[in-house]
Design a protein around this ligand. Structure first.
Ligand code: CA
Length: 396
């Protein structure tokens, strides 16, 4: 099937570098959104698209499962690199790809970079984010409208490079003339609502125009993250924003713009979208019981209390999801929770969320002062002046 392509990646308004990568090698399209700090995130996403590109050239996809092996191979390569180079330790990346094969589009993905289908002027999300908030939405613990603003919306539950193995989700959909597919990193979807995205897709005749305007919209909304958008228009017409031509029998398609595919139209293999989405949901919910929850803990810290009553800095989040603890001890202090004023005690026991390790340490120092004023008047219980006891820091 003939396609026209629009693609753009942009650093955004806030970040120093662009850690997104993309590969446009029609009929294969890949995006990856790296994380783990300046160089590492960049390396992770670049490695993902590099490995997938190589695999694709060496082993063209025989069936959709080949696409999953590309991603698994990329995962291995990133994991290896992260292990062998200390400055790359902990790096990871999302990866979302689509491969067009006749009248079917095969999607495979890990993480929160999304794929959408824009058809008959209607936008539907193909992929399901591997994020904590998506999980909470699925479990009915969070409303969809709240998810986009949730402070933990950046925590992804699956990514490439973090573990030696990765579970890849894949989905196939039937495609038709006039369909428009879009892949994008969360730099678009966290800044621009689906409704606005649909409006831009509706009013952009060309794929490149659509990609450009989507990136512009994310930047206009603040551009807080790197933005990558790939738009693929399927079929003989360029774009689907132009008014629909009067319905015509398929045979009337002029030879000049016919598909490269000379076969007569095949029987429809497409399943109704609702069935596919229901199936996908079923698979995801069933799968949820099996895959271990893995969190990108890089950027989430909170100050909480250990079981034996000391103030500690944790990575992760205070809440449990489905009875699973999402915290890991980063540093235990010698401040006793009991030495704090009652109001602070409650806060610490619930967990005080902070934006960075620096902020966590400042919070701990404030708590230390308050504990000295309030409880540890003689300093005996709270180890004043020791400057903190760094049990467990640096482990893992
Ligand atoms: Ca991102």
């Amino acid at each position: 099937m003939k396609v026209s392509i629009g693609a753009r990646t942009d650093v955004g308004q806030v970040r120093q570098g662009n850690e997104d990568s993309m590969l446009v090698e029609s009929p294969l399209f890949v995006i990856a959104d790296g994380m783990g700090g300046h160089i590492a995130g960049d390396v992770a996403s670049a490695t993902a698209v590099e490995v997938i590109g190589q695999m694709y050239r060496q082993h063209p996809p025989a069936d959709p499962s080949t696409l999953e092996t590309y991603i698994e191979e990329a995962n291995r390569a990133i994991h290896e690199k992260a292990r062998s180079e200390p400055q790359l330790s902990g790096m990871g990346t999302t990866c979302t790809l689509v491969h067009l094969d006749g009248d079917v589009a095969h999607f495979a993905h890990v993480g929160d970079s999304r794929a959408y289908l824009f058809r008959s002027s209607e936008l539907s999300q193909i992929t399901q984010d591997h994020t904590l908030v998506e999980r909470m939405v699925q479990e009915g613990r969070l409303r969809r409208e709240e998810a986009q603003q949730h402070p933990q919306r950046n925590i992804i539950t699956r990514s490439l490079g973090v573990e030696p193995q990765v579970e890849v989700d894949s989905i196939d959909i039937g495609i038709d003339d006039g369909d428009r597919l879009m892949l994008c990193s969360d730099g678009l979807t966290s800044m621009v609502e689906d409704e606005k995205i649909a409006e831009i897709l509706r009013s952009s005749a060309e794929a490149q125009e659509a990609a450009d305007r989507l990136v512009d919209a994310a930047n206009a909304a603040g551009g807080e993250d790197n933005i990558t958008v790939v738009v693929v228009d399927v079929g003989s017409s360029s774009g689907n924003a132009a008014p629909l031509p009067p319905p015509a029998p398929r045979e009337d398609t002029s030879p000049a713009v016919r598909d490269e595919d000379p076969e007569p139209p095949r029987p429809r293999r497409r399943w109704p979208r609702r069935v596919l989405i229901t199936l996908l949901l079923g698979i995801l919910i069933a799968g949820g019981a099996y895959f271990a929850i893995r969190f990108s803990l890089n950027n989430s810290y909170f100050v909480g209390a250990t079981e034996d009553g000391y103030v500690a800095i944790y990575t992760g989040i205070p809440d449990e999801v489905g009875g699973v603890s999402l915290r890991e001890e980063h540093e235990v202090t010698d401040i006793l929770v009991d030495d704090l004023p009652e109001s602070l005690r409650d806060n610490v026991e619930e967990g005080i969320k902070v934006d960075s390790l620096d902020e966590a340490q400042t919070t701990v120092e404030n708590l230390r002062e308050r504990s000295l004023e309030f409880g540890g008047t003689d300093g005996s219980g709270s180890g004043s002046g020791t400057g903190g006891n760094k049990k467990g820091s640096g482990s893992n």
